[in-house]
Design a protein around this ligand. Structure first.
Ligand SMILES: CC(=O)N[C@H]1[C@@H](OP(=O)(O)OP(=O)(O)OC[C@H]2O[C@@H](n3ccc(=O)[nH]c3=O)[C@H](O)[C@@H]2O)O[C@H](CO)[C@@H](O)[C@@H]1O
Ligand SMILES: C=C(OP(=O)(O)O)C(=O)O
Length: 420
């Protein structure tokens, strides 16, 4: 198991390029299951989760290969085995996004329930409810979702989600595009990744209106053509790099990001005293002195993203005053707190709320990553802490960042990966 070693205290300077979004690439690649033939998806990040999804597709009988660099080629055969096995799905929650397309195109699916997850229970009841409303018959057997569509074709429906779910909305979209008649989905997630998936589906010939809003209308079509799509930039990676620039009192240009996806974070960075300016093709961030304290409440998009909560907590940890951070999306997403305390942070947690009293400086120590964004927070903390921080279990980090250390080192960070 690799670890990452960071020596803190260097203000980061220079330009860094953002990769394609994990959370958009995963459903878009899964959407290939909706059409037989040769699919091409550009700007796909080379991440552990994307490689796992490739393995799931190959298990079904597809081919899925990375061409040169950021392009992925998928061939979907005329017949396949509509199954996502436990051994693959257990390492990644997003494996569930194959369920909608399998039912829509193949009328059958056997998909392992995702395994337990550190950040919360993460049920998939809404996914199953909407697919049931479209006519799928679903049973949970031996840890698998076993679903069939009597008659072979889902039918359009009107459905109101009990809560806004990102992958639930994505599964519903992918199911509805080939269903008979119209589907109206209400209380949908509005994340940019949902809109990107809808764009990709429309490029395949789907008829979706309203993605990115809470009400989405889909007219089902008979068949779709293969994908030709370029994935949007990763707003969470971009956000993490912006925090790195501000935290280290650096001067960093994050190229290739879309500022319109980052509004809630940028607001907080400004409140914390960072200077932000749009530059050609990206955003420039400059940090000066200690951050000012700020309060954050995670919410569905366009609110502050839960996937950036751990990273901004590091900024709060060295702020000149107290900040309050409230996590409303996942019930167990404060696991980085214990490790940040090991680095000298003064944080108390009461239920959904963390009170962070800024200290002048963190001090390096060995720490353990517990989940993806917690790992990113520990890397950030290490960039600023005095001395050396050694982060273990970086396989969590590699689920969502394309060799983060190789993006940070050219900015001057003293960071290295040590293979186990
Ligand atoms: C691959 C991907 O895109 N992952 C993102 C996606 O995860 P994911 O799609 O799993 O997250 P959801 O939006 O579904 O979860 C939001 C909340 O709804 C709850 N819920 C969800 C579905 C359901 O059927 N029942 C239910 O109760 C969840 O437990 C959670 O409390 O959105 C999250 C919230 O922005 C992000 O943190 C993840 O990075
Ligand atoms: C929680 C995350 O991802 P996933 O839904 O893939 O677990 C994340 O990207 O921070």
């Amino acid at each position: 198991m690799d670890k990452i070693i960071v020596e803190g205290g260097v203000p980061l300077r220079g330009t860094v390029e953002v990769s394609g979004a994990k959370n958009a690439a995963l459903p878009v690649v899964a959407a290939a299951l909706l059409a037989e033939g040769d699919h091409v998806v550009h700007n796909v990040p080379d991440l552990a989760d994307v490689r796992t999804l490739g393995r799931i597709l190959r298990h079904m009988g597809c081919t899925a290969e990375r061409g040169d660099g950021r392009t992925v080629h998928i061939r979907v055969p005329p017949d396949l085995k509509p199954e996502a096995p436990y051994d693959l799905v257990r390492t990644m929650r997003a494996g569930v996004v194959v369920l909608g397309p399998l039912l829509a195109r193949w009328g059958k699916a056997r998909v392992s329930l995702p395994g337990g997850c550190a950040i919360g229970a993460r049920p998939i009841d809404q996914h199953l409810k909407v697919l049931g409303a479209m006519g799928a018959e679903i049973a949970i057997e031996h840890g698998y979702v076993e679903a069939t569509v009597p008659g072979g074709r889902l039918r359009g429906t009107e459905f109101v989600f009990d809560l806004q779910t990102v992958t639930g909305t994505e599964n519903a979209l992918m199911a509805a595009v080939l269903a008979e008649g119209e589907t109206v989905l209400r209380n949908c997630a509005r994340e940019p990744e949902v809109a990107d998936l809808a764009l990709a589906l429309n490029e395949m010939g789907a008829k979706i209106e309203g993605a990115g809003r809470t009400e989405i209308r889909i007219q089902g079509v008979e068949t779709l053509r293969p994908l030709r799509h370029t994935v949007i930039p990763d707003r969470v990676e971009a956000g993490t790099l912006l925090v790195a620039g501000a935290l280290t009192r650096g001067d960093v240009v994050v190229k290739g990001c879309d500022p319109s996806h980052l509004a809630a974070l940028l607001e907080k960075l400004r409140e914390a005293g960072a200077h932000l300016e749009p530059v050609e093709g990206g955003l420039r961030v400059r940090g000066e002195g200690r951050p000012r304290p700020f309060n954050v409440r995670t919410l569905p998009h366009p609110g502050f993203p839960t996937d950036m909560q751990a990273q901004v907590m590091v900024l709060a940890a060295v702020a000149d005053g107290s900040s309050v951070i409230t996590e409303t999306i996942f019930e167990n997403r404060f696991m980085h707190v214990l490790e940040l305390r090991r680095l000298g942070a003064d944080i108390t947690v009461d239920g959904k709320t963390a009170v962070v009293k800024g200290v002048p400086r963190l001090s390096g120590a060995p720490v353990m990553a517990s989940d993806l964004r917690a790992s990113a927070a520990l890397v950030l903390a290490g960039l600023d802490a005095a001395g050396e921080t050694e982060i273990q279990r970086v396989y969590h980090l590699d689920r969502g960042y394309e060799r983060l250390e190789e993006k940070l080192a050219p900015l001057g960070a003293r960071i290295r990966r040590v293979p186990a």
